[in-house]
Design a protein around this ligand. Structure first.
Ligand code: SF4
Length: 359
């Protein structure tokens, strides 16, 4: 299985069935930054965010990612403030302006005009909405590990997520386990029995090793560059980790994992393979079908016999390409329908509120 297919199918499974031995339904997202000192230096394949005590309040607030600068701004739900005075001196005016603009657009801020100046307040206090964050590194084939060991060493020493897990399809040997930091959990992902009408069985996860909770409240060590004979590192204080964790949770909430598209090729037949039993069973994923065990449809290619990445694999250069219509599947609607997330929780259409209109 390609890493892309593995990732989509595992996301679908985790969203519908949950992580092994957990009762909660997480917010599941993919491809989020997992570094602090060197943003972009580590990308987490899958992130699972556990709902916290005020999850319902977050659901009601906005479906989008709330910009970090807007959350940190000195703006509460009580008294409105002149927007230019709500940001610390070290916040660049353009960053402040775009944060206010976006916060207004997504209904996190509301504004009124006084003497030609725009005053803003939060629509509701930013809620304590997320709990533990779990990072999952996908490596279906341990025979081609790439940077796997370095990536997992970063996760263990930085302690940005509460737990880090390696997910693989390979048979995991004692030698593999010895090379992976002991804090990292290991899942072996396999397929169960193929059901009638499905191209493959649902995923099953065997826990080979439980993850050890990481020290998110303590300083972390982030490797920056590996040089001959030594490694450049940054010591990351817990406050910076906490801010980055909030950014990860917000990005996960706004982005989710359905960041793919379907190919405009006749060989693509959307399928729900990879999922498991769900309470919201609506079929085998093909548009219009109904049945059991469904999750969000995935871009399954009949010609390749697997889920494909339309961005990098599909088009006239592919020998199996037959021009056709892209399946009409609205992935935001799928997310709205199958998870607690709501695409428009306020029931209002988005406002456009460019700051150019006010001072
Ligand atoms: S991989 Fe090729 S055959 Fe399959 S859906 Fe994409 S373009 Fe079509």
């Amino acid at each position: 299985m390609s890493e892309f297919a593995f990732e989509l199918e595992l996301c679908a499974h985790l969203e519908s069935v949950g992580r092994p031995e957990t009762a909660d339904t997480d917010i599941v997202a993919r491809q989020l930054g997992g570094a602090v000192a060197k943003p972009g230096g580590r990308i987490l394949d899958i992130v699972c965010v556990e709902p916290g005590p005020a999850f319902e309040d977050r659901l009601a607030l906005t479906s989008e990612t709330i910009p970090d600068a807007a959350i940190e701004a000195d703006v509460g739900p009580g008294t409105a403030r002149y927007w230019k005075r709500a940001f610390p001196d070290d916040c660049h005016p353009e960053r402040a302006k775009s944060a206010v603009e976006r916060a207004l657009e997504i209904d996190f801020f509301e504004a009124d005009l006084r003497n030609g100046r725009r005053y803003v307040r939060q629509v509701a206090r930013y809620p304590d909405w997320y709990g533990r964050i779990v990072g999952i590194e996908n490596k279906p084939d341990l025979g081609t590990p790439g940077d796997l060991e370095a990536q997992l060493r970063t996760d263990a020493s930085l302690g940005l997520v509460d737990e880090a897990v390696l997910a693989t399809e390979s048979y995991v040997t004692r030698a593999h386990l010895n090379r992976i930091p002991e804090e990292i959990g290991v899942w072996r992902v396999s397929r169960g029995e193929r059901s009638e009408g499905s191209t493959a069985g649902a995923l099953e996860i065997e826990v080979i090793r439980e993850p050890t909770p990481l020290a998110v409240d303590e300083p972390g060590v982030e490797p920056l560059e590996y040089q001959p004979g030594h490694t450049d590192i940054a010591i990351v204080p817990p406050e910076r980790k906490a801010r980055t964790r909030r950014r990860i949770a917000e990005r996960a909430f706004g982005k989710g994992w359905r960041t793919f598209r379907f190919p405009d090729c006749e060989a693509c037949e959307p399928t729900n393979d990879g999922g498991g039993e769900t309470s919201d069973a609506v079929g085998d994923g093909r548009p219009g079908d109904s049945g059991s065990g469904a999750t969000t449809p995935l871009p399954f290619c009949q010609w390749k016999g697997r889920v494909v990445d339309a961005e990098s694999e599909c088009g006239p250069a592919c020998p199996g390409y037959k021009p056709g219509a892209e399946p009409e599947i609205d992935l935001e609607t799928e997310r709205d329908r199958r998870t607690p997330w709501r695409r428009d929780p306020s029931g209002r259409r988005r406002r456009q509120s460019g700051l150019d209109q006010f001072g």
